[in-house]
Each structure stands twice: as C-alpha cells, then as structure tokens.
Ligand binder design. Structure first.
Ligand code: GDP
Ligand code: MG
Length: 800
C-alpha cells in the first residue's frame, strides 16, 4: 500500500539529516510549485512504497511566513498518512511548540526527539514515557546524525498511520474551550470531524487565510467574532496571544515533568565557543578571517588550479597526467620560443606596437622579456588580433614557429591526455565533417558549454567549504553577526555569503542564496548578487581602465564600489515596493550546537548544488551558445567562419538596435554586440572590443559602458541559476528586467551628468538623468511601512 509521511520541524532541527538517512539516494529535489521554497521527496530505503516529504523548516503553523503557509497547506490539503515531527532535544522548549499545533491537524503524528547524542553528552535526561503520555503522541529518541533510532521512528510512523492513531490535543481553559465548541457548532458542521479542532482554533485566532478559505456567511462570521470577543474581554488579551500563552504554559509543565538538566548554569562547550565567535568585537574579525581563508583557498589557489586544469586541459589542448612533465615541457617550450618566436624582428614589432599604444601590447612585450612562452601564448591569444589590426602583425612568425618540425611535443615529457576539443576535432576531421558543422560542434557547443563546465571544479571546492561551515553550525552565527548591519538595507545577514561568492562567479553566488530561509530576503539576494563584479567582469574593467583612462588606479575599485552601492541602493529601494513588503520577518534563529559534520553530508550537499548547476545552467548555456554561434558566422553571403561582425546576423541586429544606447553615450555597433555577447559570458565583451579602436568612445562614454555592462543582466549561466532559484519565470523576468533598467538608469545618470559637468550638456538628457536620480533618492529616503500580511498564495495540490 502506498503511504505518505511528512517530515516537519523547526529550521536546523535535523530534518534534512533524518530525511537523507531514511531515504539514502532515492530522492527528488525540486521546489514547491510557484515559490522558491525547496521541496524534497524520497522513498524510504526499506519501504519503497512509502514516500517521505521534507517540509520547509517552520516554528509554528501560523500564516506569517511562506514556509509556514507551504507546510500547512500541504498538511491540510494533501493530508499525509502520518507526520514525523522532529524536535531538537537541545532546544526542547522552543521546539515543542510545533507538535502542540500539529497534533490538532488530526493526522497520526510521531515526535522524534533529535540530537540525543548531544543531550546525553551534556548529561541531560529526557523521560520520553512521561513526555509521550502528557503530549498524547508517540515519542522516539533519535540521533539523525549518528543514525540512531531512525528506523524506529519510521516504524512508529508507519504503525501510527496504519492504526489511524489520532493525536490527543491540548485542552485550553474552560472559556476558550466553550468558545471553540460554539465556533465548531456554528461554522464547522461540514468539516470532517478530525479537522474540526484545527479549524476552530484557527478561526478563533482570526487566521485570515483560513477565514477567507472557508467563505463563511456574514451571520456565521459575526457569531464566530462574537465568541472571540467574549473571551478576549474576559482575559483582556487578543485571541492569538491567549492561545500562544496557554501553549507555552503547557510546554513549561511538560518540560519540568520530563526533562532533567545537568550542570544548570554551567556553559556547554558550544556556548564557550560562541562567547568568542559571536563576541561583539571579535565576531566580525573572526568572520572576515574565516571568509578570507575560504575564499583564498577556493578561488585563488586550489580553485584556480582546478579551473585552469578544466579550461586549459580538459577543455583546452590537453594536460599531463598528475602534472608530471609539465614543467619540463614548459622549459623546453621557453627554450624553443626564445630562438624561433622571440626574435629581434618580433621584438621590434612588439616594441613599436607598445609605442603606438596598442591595447595589450605591453603584456606581450613583458612575456617576451621574461622569456615565458606560457605568458606569451596567453597575451598573444588575447591581444594578437588587436595588434594585427593596428598593423603590428606577428602572427605569421608565431604560426610558422609552432608548426615547424622541431616543436617540443608534450607527449614526450609525460603521459599526455588530449583535451576534449582536440580529440573531437581530430575525430571530426577523420569523418570529413563539413566546416559549418565542425564549427558548430567545436566553437558553438564545446566552446560554450566548456566555458561553463570549467567553473565546476572551483565550485566544488567552494561548496565543500561552505557545506562544512554550514553544517558545523558556523553559518548560523555569521547570519547572526551580520544581520544587524544587513537588515538596515533590506537584506538578511545570510546575503553576505552569496555576495562574497559572487565576486568569484555569480552562478554559485546566486545558488548560495538557498541557505536564506526567508523568501523575501532570498529573492532580494538572488536579484542583487550579480551586481558585484565577478571574475569574468574583471577583464572588462581593466580593458576600459587601460584603453580609456591610461590605466589609472581608481577604475577598478570604483567598479566594486559601484557594485556594492547598487546592492545597497536596490535593497533599500526594493524593500519599499509592494513586491518585497511581504511578511515582517523577525530574526528568529536557533543557534545549533557546534559539531563535526559527516563527510557524506558535506559531499552530498556539494554535489546537490553542483549537479543542479550542471543540469540547469548547462542546458540554457548550450542553447544560447548555439544561437550566438549561428548569429556570428551566418550573415551576408551565408556561412563564413571568419565573418566580420558587421556582416553577421548578430551585427545586423546590433546595428538596428544600437540607438537604444544613445542616451548612455555608446550608440555603437561593437558596443552593442559586446553587450549582447556579454550575455553569453562577460569575458566575451573584451573579445569583441579587443579589435576595436576606441577613437569614437570618450572616456565618459566608456565608463557608462562599463557601468552598464557591470550592472545589467548577468551571463546566461547566471540567468539560468536565477531561474533555477527563483523557480518562477515571472520572477526571473522581473529580476532581469530590474537589473537592466537599473543599469540603464545608472549609466544614463553617469553619462548625462558627466556631460553637463564637462560643459556639453544635452538638456533633455540632463533633465531625464536628474529626474531618475531624484526618483532614486526619493525611494531611498521615503519612510518604510511594512505590510503585516503575506500576500502570496501557495498552491500545493500537484505535490503528489
Ligand atoms: P534542517 O534545517 O532541519 O534540515 O536541519 P539539518 O538536517 O540541516 O541539520 C542541522 C544541523 O544539525 C546540521 O549541521 C546537522 O549535521 C546537525 N544535526 C542533525 N541531526 C543531528 C544529531 O542527531 N546530532 C548532532 N550532533 N547534530 C545533528
Ligand atoms: Mg533542511
């Protein structure tokens, strides 16, 4: 017989750990329909006919957060056969609030007291017999992390379901009980017996979602209201607080009867660590040090190494197995190049190019001076075309030298593994593949997808660190430390992590927003994270700095400043719009005790994130790459792999739409193409501009171009990640639309006001710029009124 069991509990109570332990790899991860809340389902390891659903973490069944609404809609509408309510044994008092409410749903429920390993280590005791008796629910002790008692809890849930064991519910004081039964009689005759109590209490609490779903007639609604007011007058408190109070009084009794705490007043190890880590003065510096370490290791050392290997090795020419032979080969290449490539002729041409101020020529010159072929190869690859266009062509010499007979062969120096593109090219050549198909496969598909997959190793390293920090309990402290600062501009303390990761790559940055529990903060973070310059935007910044500002130092920092300001300004502005003025989100968070996470859990978390990136972003970037590739090689005269941009379909489209950028100062076909190519990958912007002479871009227009490209929609891979995390096409469009409009406004303000300052004001443009600036300032200083109801309605019916 098919059976459905739901797993409910507070955030950080161990739901996911228990879920993973019970289902192993038989799981499906997705989202609840239409919202960003994650949904996990899986089959029990030992009972494949039983489906387990991991509900979002909630503290109660009130209607104030999206998580609560999702969870209770699921429980009420889908009515699973049983509920396992997992409770953190280290925080019994707060955690027992949920079971007292869940019992009222009339669904067979088992309470699992988790973290028993920690409870016992503290020497505390929980008398589960007493607790079970007083709660009126079966209670099982477990340690989800250690796998203790988890089979028992599953069996208990199955047993409860089979016996249709209706939980005993709390009796409130007499006047409330009489009001509840009057409400039942007046309004709930049609509701099934088992659910009446829940509905009665919700009506008594004036739960607006339940009220509107019942569609009571005016008379009945008045009768209900009458009952509520009677009790409120008698007790001199509002109905919801009356119920909450009684629940907590009962929990206090439950705990004093069944919980024996050792070492009262003494600090646990975890508390001792927290004294340092969350200290008012030390908290922030420790956090910065930890993040620096994580970032340093994953982005600059291990991560770079892994990414280079992926990009230059697997998706490049190839690599030496275990790196053996690489340095010998590099030395040999340096030797070889010094005689054949770094000739006096070539040096003379490069020197002239530097003197003429050709972009990047200095890099080539520097590499030659160092005698490093690797550096030369990279610089020449980036800037060779620009030099050739400016009349300083050394390509013939380089090509001839690399195709000569005496070139060192990497395979002679170690075990050489050929890169995928080389392998595929050889294979296509052997099949005598037509040129355009070869171009599509090599440049379109492998080039595009490879560029994205190249990020994966770096992401893996980063996610391992983050999973560790998250599951050992440190991330909860970080959010706590930063929340006071971040909350001021509408973000959660947890938004910091995505933004930090976003400086490396926006894709994992956006995905890291998943650790933010609150829906509004999460959306806000998803929308703003990509404002921060990612690694791929750095070349754009340095290109503009070098080409238009003579390499002046402030361009780079100003780009970061622009990104951070954009995040803050957007946070404050968006918070005041209807879309984001959702539920008041008080910062309630349990600080879980520190502990050593298991390797399996860390790897699983890392893999979950990476694989969803590979799947989702991979499909989007594949389509986009193919599309852009077609656009750039087809055009006037049909197919031509060396098509001039102007003649390609892409170029023609750019020509038609370039006027859009006129108010920003760069109504220019290449700037337009560059911006569009930036959607594929931001480093493409430099690819297009590498061959551009900047003559008709003023520094001001160049800076506006920079600002626009930094802030507008991110690359397709990041858009894919946004789509994945928003779980809604509408919200994705909203995010992209907002980013583009914001970028446009900022670039326009920069350009028009800059023109005015330099004495060449365009009256219309200046007025528009000032109006936009005024609008932003108005939105920034406008007082903020927080709505008190959750406007979102959640539909869960397809959650079968
Ligand atoms: P969720 O938010 O309810 O899904 O909670 P998680 O499953 O993510 O667990 C929160 C933290 O508690 C994680 O760091 C887990 O490793 C840890 N945890 C879960 N169960 C136990 C347990 O039985 N003992 C200990 N010591 N830690 C646990
Ligand atoms: Mg979880």
């Amino acid at each position: 017989m098919d059976m459905r069991i739901a797993l409910a509990g507070n955030p950080n109570s161990g739901k996911t750990t228990l879920f993973n332990a019970l289902t192993g790899s038989n799981q499906y991860v997705g989202n609840w329909p239409g919202v960003t809340v994650e949904k996990k389902e899986g089959k029990l390891k030992e009972h494949k006919e039983i489906t387990l659903t991991d509900l979002p973490g909630i503290y109660s069944l009130s209607p104030y957060t999206l998580e609560e609404v999702v969870a209770r809609n699921y429980l009420m509408e889908e009515r699973p056969d049983a509920i396992i309510n997992i409770v953190d044994g280290m925080n019994l008092e707060r955690n027992l609030y949920l079971p007292t409410q869940i019992a009222e749903l009339g669904i067979p429920t088992v309470v699992a007291i988790n973290m028993m390993d920690l409870v016992e280590k503290n020497g505390d005791e929980i008398d589960i017999q007493k607790l079970a008796k007083e709660l009126g629910l079966p209670v099982v002790k477990i340690s989800a992390l250690k796998g203790e008692g988890i089979r028992e809890v599953a069996e208990a849930a199955i047993k409860a379901a089979n016996a249709s064991l209706t939980p005993k519910t709390q009796s409130f004081s007499a006047d409330i009980e009489s009001a509840l039964s009057n409400i039942s009689a007046a309004a709930l005759a049609d509701v099934p017996e088992a659910q009446r109590r829940w509905y009665a209490i919700k009506l008594f609490e004036r739960d607006d979602k339940v009220l509107s779903s019942m569609g009571l007639s005016k008379d009945i609604a008045d009768a209900v209201e009458n009952e509520i007011v009677k009790v409120e007058t008698a007790e001199d408190d509002d109905a919801e607080s009356i119920i909450t109070n009684e629940r907590y009084n009962r929990i206090t009794d439950l705990i004093s009867d069944s919980y024996v705490k050792q070492n009262v007043g003494e600090l646990s190890t975890s508390d001792k660590i927290d004294k340092v880590v969350t200290n008012r003065w030390l908290g922030l510096p420790i956090f910065i040090a930890v993040m620096f370490l994580v970032y340093y290791v994953s982005v600059t050392t291990v991560g770079t190494w892994a990414t280079d290997w992926a990009n230059d090795g697997v998706f490049g020419d190839g690599w030496h197995l275990f790196h053996i032979g690489t340095s010998a080969y590099n030395d040999a290449m340096d030797d070889y190049a010094s005689g054949t490539i770094f000739t006096d002729d070539v040096k003379a041409v490069v020197d002239k190019a530097v003197a003429a101020g050709v972009t990047g020529a200095e890099d080539v010159q520097g590499a030659i001076a160092d005698g490093s072929f690797g550096d030369f190869d990279e610089a020449f690859g980036n800037y060779g075309d620009a030099m050739a266009d400016a009349g300083f062509d050394i390509a013939d010499t380089v090509d001839a030298a690399l195709e000569a007979d005496g070139v060192p062969n990497p395979a002679d120096f170690g075990v050489w593994v050929t890169g995928i593109p080389v392998m595929v090219e050889n294979w296509l050549d052997a099949l005598h593949c037509t040129d355009w198909l070869k171009g599509l496969i090599l440049d379109g598909i492998i080039g595009g997808v490879g560029a994205v997959l190249g990020f994966v190793p770096q992401m893996m390293v980063l996610f391992i660190f983050l999973a560790f920090l998250e599951s050992c309990g440190y991330m909860a402290r970080v959010a706590f430390i930063l929340d006071r600062i971040f909350r001021k501009f509408g973000l959660s303390g947890k938004s910091f992590i995505p933004i930090l990761i976003g400086t490396g790559c926006g894709v994992p940055g956006v995905m890291a927003s998943r650790t933010i529990e609150n829906e509004r903060d999460r959306r806000m973070t998803i929308m703003t994270t990509t404002f921060i310059p990612c690694g791929a935007k750095l070349p754009i910044i340095s290109m503009i700095a070098v080409a238009l500002f003579g390499g002046v130092w402030w361009v780079g920092p100003s780009a970061y400043f622009l990104g951070i300001t954009a995040i803050i300004v957007s946070g404050v502005m968006l918070k005041k719009t209807r879309r984001f003025a959702g539920e008041p989100a008080p910062f309630v968070m349990e600080l879980p005790s520190y502990h050593m996470p298991t390797l399996g859990a860390i790897l699983r978390s890392m893999w979950e994130r990476c694989s969803s990136f590979i799947k989702k972003a991979g499909t989007i970037i594949l389509l986009a790459s193919i599309f852009i590739w077609f656009g750039s090689v087809f055009g006037k005269g049909g197919f031509n792999p060396d098509m001039e941009l102007e003649d390609s379909i892409l170029g023609m489209i750019a020509n038609a739409v370039k006027w859009v950028f006129a108010p920003l100062g760069f109504a220019d076909i290449r700037a337009t193409i560059a911006t569009v190519m930036g959607l594929v990958a931001k480093e493409e912007v430099v690819g297009v501009f590498g061959v551009l002479d900047f003559a008709h871009l003023t520094p001001l227009a160049g800076y506006a171009f920079l600002a626009f490209n930094l802030l507008c929609a991110p690359c397709f891979a990041a858009i894919g990640a946004i789509r994945r995390e928003m779980n809604s096409g509408k919200w994705t469009l909203f995010a992209i639309g907002y980013q583009c409009l914001f970028a446009y406004a900022v670039a326009l303000i920069i350009y028009q006001i800059g023109m005015a300052v330099s004495g060449a004001a365009n009256p219309v443009g200046l007025i528009v710029a000032l109006a936009l600036l005024g609008l932003m300032i108005f939105q920034l200083v406008r007082p903020y009124k927080e709505a008190t109801t959750l406007s979102e309605t959640v539909q869960v019916s397809e959650a079968k």
